[in-house]
Design a protein around this ligand. Structure first.
Ligand SMILES: [Zn+2]
Length: 517
């Protein structure tokens, strides 16, 4: 299939633009300087005056809970906490006091996060006061190789992590703690939730966390990102000064990535929490290997997938405008928590309404698209919307906030997400969109359509006395039943969807139109 797409891309792009060829390497936005220090540390520098007198700094470490040994479960996350507990140049609480003094949110999990595959430190520095920037770089450098890990600080942090493990960061977090091991069944991800294992947090030897820090916080796995009101020369000088002396420890273990095997059967989990307020359900297909695009041809393939997602979301949104809608919000995605993998998933939120009904409606729409695909009119509208959106972004290209660029560069470092820049993206949209065919978009389902096994999770508040929630078997049955449904193809409404939105009581008008047909 890929080969066919590539040929098609070559053909269409050659008539649309002489400069866009499928095999061309995607360029890097010339406005960002990407470089590597001799020790392997990567840096991204981009001057940007939105806003003025502010520089966004990030230390991105390409390690997370996946790299923990069995005896270290939870210590990638705890290492992130320890960064705020004292470093060579900032004694305990000094970093937090400094962050407070410059008016940025402070503390672990606010200025940093740890996931399966990465740990990211976030430092927005207002540069109106002399010395702030230098201090910011001092802190970033200390996080990279000078965290002190004093015995007493480690002991005190155990209780804080255990409390976080017990309470989570709210109802959703607590429910995900039950869901994720099932979502990642048969994968290392299932045993490596970043929060770790309470028994290990209580009893690990301090050297275990020091060893994690020493092994995985190494310059070849790091990127420093500097975006904001600063000259590239100054930024480069500061990066070299602060990170040039870092060294990779001898005999390092390679950074590896976990496999994500397909589901062996269909299953479901219903997680509840006293403090949850809304019901939701998610339908997940097995993950498949997928690399970020490096060529124009692969970029085009991503564009086709993006259009598929927006068409699917448009249909789900249309359902929410009906009278008595089966759900209040729905969407699909090709993302995944696992590095180098994508997975098709679909999601609905039903508020306080019937989650089984919502899941059934979602299943039906996914099955309808698998069977009949989309219509030419839908594709036309989606192409126009996409082009308009990119055009708007291009028109606003001088107003992009530094924090948005930073996110792109974090993605580029960790997953090689392309960063061609808005000028190029606009150019690609203009030359590639017209050639994208309905067959190609409908063919996006090929990666998941024949997959029998799915994982379903639902979450929400505990049922009221006397009420009951659908069983896990019920949820599986709803989804399994999808392939047996007698479905009809989607029909274009007579009234333009945009027009409808502007009318009061749109649902009622829509249903009377339907009756007339
Ligand atoms: Zn935390």
């Amino acid at each position: 299939m890929f080969h066919k797409l590539l040929v098609a891309a070559l053909f269409f792009s050659s008539i649309a633009s002489a400069q866009t060829n499928a095999g061309d390497k995607l360029p890097v936005d010339p406005k960002v300087t990407v470089g590597k220090l001799p020790n392997g540390l990567t840096y991204y520098i981009r001057p940007n005056k939105m806003p003025e007198k502010k520089v966004e700094l990030r230390l991105v470490v390409n390690t997370g809970s996946i790299m923990e040994d069995d005896s270290q479960q939870g210590l990638a996350h705890m290492a992130e906490h320890m960064a705020f507990n004292g470093t060579k140049n900032y004694k305990k609480n000094d970093i937090v006091s400094f962050l407070q003094s410059i008016g940025v949110g402070f503390g672990n999990d606010l200025n940093a996060y740890t996931s399966f595959d990465e740990t990211v430190y976030i430092l927005p520095i207002p540069t109106d006061k002399a010395g702030n920037l230098e201090k910011g770089f001092d802190i970033l450098e200390d996080w990279a190789h000078n965290v002190t890990y004093l015995d007493q600080d480690i002991e005190e942090e155990r209780a804080i992590i255990l409390e976080e493990s017990r309470l989570g960061k709210g109802a959703e977090d607590r429910m995900f703690k039950k869901i994720l091991p099932e979502l990642f069944a048969n994968s290392k991800h299932g045993d490596r939730l970043p929060i770790g294992q309470d028994s290990i947090i209580k009893s690990f030897k301090p050297d275990e966390i020091r060893r994690y820090y020493k092994e995985w916080y190494r310059p070849e796995l790091m990127a420093v990102i500097v975006v904001g009101d600063i000259t590239p020369a100054k930024a480069q000088e500061l990066v070299k000064k602060h990170f040039g002396s870092l060294t990779n420890p001898p005999g390092v273990r390679p950074r590896s990535y976990a496999e994500m095997p397909p589901y062996k059967n269909s299953s479901a989990i219903f997680a509840t929490d006293k403090e949850a307020t809304n019901y939701s359900a998610s339908l997940n297909y097995s993950a498949f290997k997928n690399a970020e695009p490096t060529t124009v041809g692969a970029y085009r393939k991503d564009l086709v997938q993006g259009i598929f997602v927006s068409l699917m979301n448009q249909r789900l949104q249309e359902l929410t405008q009906k009278e008595n809608p089966p759900f209040i919000y729905g969407g699909v995605d090709f993302g995944s928590y696992a590095r180098n993998y994508d997975a098709f998933s679909a999601f609905v939120s039903t508020g306080t309404g019937d989650v089984k009904k919502g899941l059934a409606a979602l299943t039906e729409e996914v099955e309808r698209v698998k069977k009949f695909g989309f219509t030419a009119a839908e594709l036309d509208r989606a192409k126009k919307t996409r082009l308009n959106n990119i055009e708007r972004a291009w028109n606003n290209r001088d107003k992009t906030e530094s924090s948005a660029y930073v996110d792109e560069y974090v993605g580029n470092f960790l997953t090689q997400e392309p960063i061609p820049g808005i000028e190029k993206e606009y150019e690609y949209a203009k030359s590639l969109l017209p050639g994208i065919t309905l067959d190609e978009v409908n063919n996006v389902t090929a990666v998941f359509k024949d997959e029998k096994n799915k994982f379903i999770y639902a979450m929400g508040p505990e049922p009221k006395a006397g009420d009951s929630l659908p069983s896990e078997a019920d949820l599986v049955a709803v989804v399994d039943n999808g392939s047996k449904l007698e479905l009809t193809a989607y029909e274009e409404k007579n009234i333009d969807a945009d027009l409808l939105k502007t009318m009061p009581k749109a649902g009622k008008i829509l249903s009377s139109t339907k009756d007339a047909v």
